[in-house]
Structure formats: structure tokens, C-alpha cells
Write a protein that binds this ligand. Structure first.
Ligand code: C2E
Ligand code: CA
Ligand code: CA
Ligand code: CA
Length: 279
């Protein structure tokens, strides 16, 4: 469907399977979702493990479809990428996130940093840097309060434009986190040369901490790698005190997960902060 471009609609054909018809319905609805104001942002707290203080939040996109309800990003982001819509959606998320930070600043609410997910489609575009710069400039926030999350697998494609974009973003003062770290078979020598600031231990390794010796070893190795390369480490998907204790003991500085806070609306995050932040 990619080559059909973003302004062409595909039509239902009788021979389509239920899955294909459903997918087509999502495609067509997604094209107008932004204009119809159906996309919302949620914020999930990121906390320091030593004192449980919130130092930031990850921005997660939600699509409120009038009939289907909330469509999860895992369902609509791949479609948005295929249709090229992710470029507009991604720019919207960046602008909204920066504006939200500025709005919180104006009200004296301290959210030091927001982390925004980037799609591989955005990361490989030469205009990414301009788009990020525009969002930052328009909001007036300091660029070091914006973090961009790129997955390990995106980096391992070794695309020239990706390296150039990361370097330009770094020069601008933006920080980069490597999402879903640990499952992408990074070349460590290559990793060392990239302008990255943080490794995010993939939830799949956090899930079975202390119950699976292999996962314990992987988490320890990522934490040690971060220490060795001078990178911050954050664990994602932390749901239990047992997992948090393990990570704290092993020297992982930061964490994110249902234990500390679920993804929530801006208003809910404000209440969360007023309540004293995490736990
Ligand atoms: P991700 O970047 O790995 O985001 C973390 C996902 O784990 C989120 O799912 C979050 O709600 C979920 N999560 C966080 N803590 C826990 C926990 O303790 N337990 C469990 N079971 N889950 C937890 P979500 O919001 O459904 O997002 C899924 C994926 O969609 C994200 O994975 C990210 O790859 C993508 N995504 C979300 N928003 C955006 C966006 O604005 N742009 C792009 N390009 N991708 C996005
Ligand atoms: Ca992420
Ligand atoms: Ca992740
Ligand atoms: Ca993940």
C-alpha cells in the first residue's frame, strides 16, 4: 500500500478476509485521525531507583477511534509507517510534547524531561533535525529536556542518514536513548561510536528478573556495559518490587513501569506529581 501514497484510499473488495477488511478500515480511518483530533498523548513516569523521584516521562501515543475505542500503538504505528503518515504523526507528537513541557514550566510544575519515541521512518529522513529543531524552538524549551528514543534494531541498520541525524541532534543538545536494548544483537564496537546517552533495558529481560538466571545475566551485562561506556541505564516494564530491588542492587539508576506509574494523561500526571511523584 506504501506506493499508493497518503492521499489514495483503498476500497473494500468482496474477496478480502475479515483481517484484511479490518486493516483497510483502520488505514482509511487513520488518514483523518489527526485532523479529527482523535490522537492523544499519554505520559509514563520515569523514576530514579535510589529515591523514587520522578525525573521525566515517556510520551506514548493513543488513538481514540470513535467506534473501535482505543487502538493500541502497536496496531496503528506500523500502518502509519507503511502509509507514510508517521511523518505527520511524529512531527505532531514532537510539537505537542515540547509544548506540554513549556505549559508545565509556565505553571511551575517540574517535569525535567520528556522522552519521545521515533519511528525508523523519521530517523532516516534528512529533515528530521529541522523538525525537531522547529518543535523545540517553537516551544522555547531547552533542547536537553527532550530525549528521543530509537530502538536498537533501528541503529543496527547502519544507515548513513541515521548517524548524521543522531550527530546533529546531539550537537543541538538533544539526548538519545536506545530503546528495547538487549534483543538487537548490537555490535558493541559500533555502539561505542554512536552519539547516544542512555540504554533502555528491554521489558522482556525485566519480566523474569530473579526467576530466570539468563535474564538476570543480561540485565547485569547491560548495566555493566552502560557503566563501561559512560551511558545511563534505565529499565522498562518494571512491575514488581522484586524487579526494582534487583535493578537497584545491580546499580541500574533509573526505571519505568507499572510499579511506579502507568501511562496517563497530562492532567493525571499533574495529580501524580502533586501527590509527591512516584511511590
Ligand atoms: P515502547 O517504546 O517499548 O513503549 C513501552 C510500552 O510498554 C508502552 O506500550 C507502555 O505502555 C508499556 N509499558 C510500560 N510499562 C509497562 C509495564 O510495567 N508493564 C507492561 N505490561 N507494559 C508496560 P504502548 O503505549 O502500548 O506502546 C507500544 C509501542 O508503540 C511503544 O513501545 C513504541 O514502540 C510505540 N509507540 C508508542 N507511542 C509512539 C509514538 O509516539 N511514536 C512512535 N514512533 N512509536 C510509538
Ligand atoms: Ca519507548
Ligand atoms: Ca521500549
Ligand atoms: Ca518494548
Amino acid at each position: 500500500a506504501k506506493e499508493q501514497g497518503r492521499n489514495t484510499y483503498r476500497f473494500f473488495k468482496p474477496e478480502m478476509t475479515a483481517g484484511a477488511a479490518e486493516r483497510l478500515r483502520l488505514e482509511n480511518a487513520l488518514r483523518g485521525a489527526l485532523a479529527r483530533d482523535e490522537l492523544k498523548l499519554q505520559y509514563q513516569p520515569q523514576v530514579r531507583l535510589d529515591d523514587s523521584c520522578m525525573y521525566g516521562a515517556e510520551v506514548l501515543m493513543r488513538w481514540h477511534h470513535p467506534e473501535l475505542g482505543i487502538v493500541p500503538p502497536a496496531r496503528f504505528i506500523p500502518i502509519a509507517e507503511e502509509l507514510g503518515l508517521i511523518v505527520d504523526l511524529g512531527a505532531w507528537v514532537l510539537a505537542r510534547a515540547c509544548r506540554q513541557l513549556a505549559a508545565w514550566d509556565a505553571r511551575g510544575l517540574l517535569v525535567p524531561r520528556l522522552a519521545v519515541n521515533l519511528s525508523v521512518v523519521q530517523l532516516e529522513r534528512p529533515s528530521l533535525v529541522e523538525e525537531v529543531d522547529a518543535a523545540v524552538q517553537e516551544s522555547g524549551i531547552e533542547p536537553d529536556r527532550l530525549e528521543l528514543e530509537v530502538t536498537e534494531s533501528m541503529l543496527m541498520r547502519h544507515a548513513e542518514q541515521v548517524i548524521a541525524n543522531l550527530a546533529a541532534l546531539r550537537d543541538m543538545g538533544i539526548t538519545i536513548a536506545v530503546d528495547d536494548f538487549g534483543s538487537g544483537f548490537s555490535s558493541l564496537a559500533y555502539l561505542k561510536r554512536l552519539p547516544i546517552h542512555r540504554l533502555k533495558i528491554d521489558k522482556v529481560f525485566v519480566d523474569h528478573l530473579t526467576a530466570n538466571a539468563n535474564d538476570d545475566a543480561i540485565a547485569r551485562a547491560v548495566i555493566a556495559l552502560g557503566r563501561g561506556l559512560g551511558l545511563e541505564v534505565i529499565a522498562e516494564g518494571v512491575e514488581t518490587e522484586v524487579q526494582a530491588d534487583f535493578l537497584r542492587r545491580e546499580g541500574c539508576a533509573e526505571a519505568q513501569g507499572f510499579l511506579f506509574g502507568r501511562p496517563m494523561s497530562a492532567a493525571e500526571l499533574e495529580a501524580f506529581i502533586a501527590d509527591g511523584g512516584a511511590v
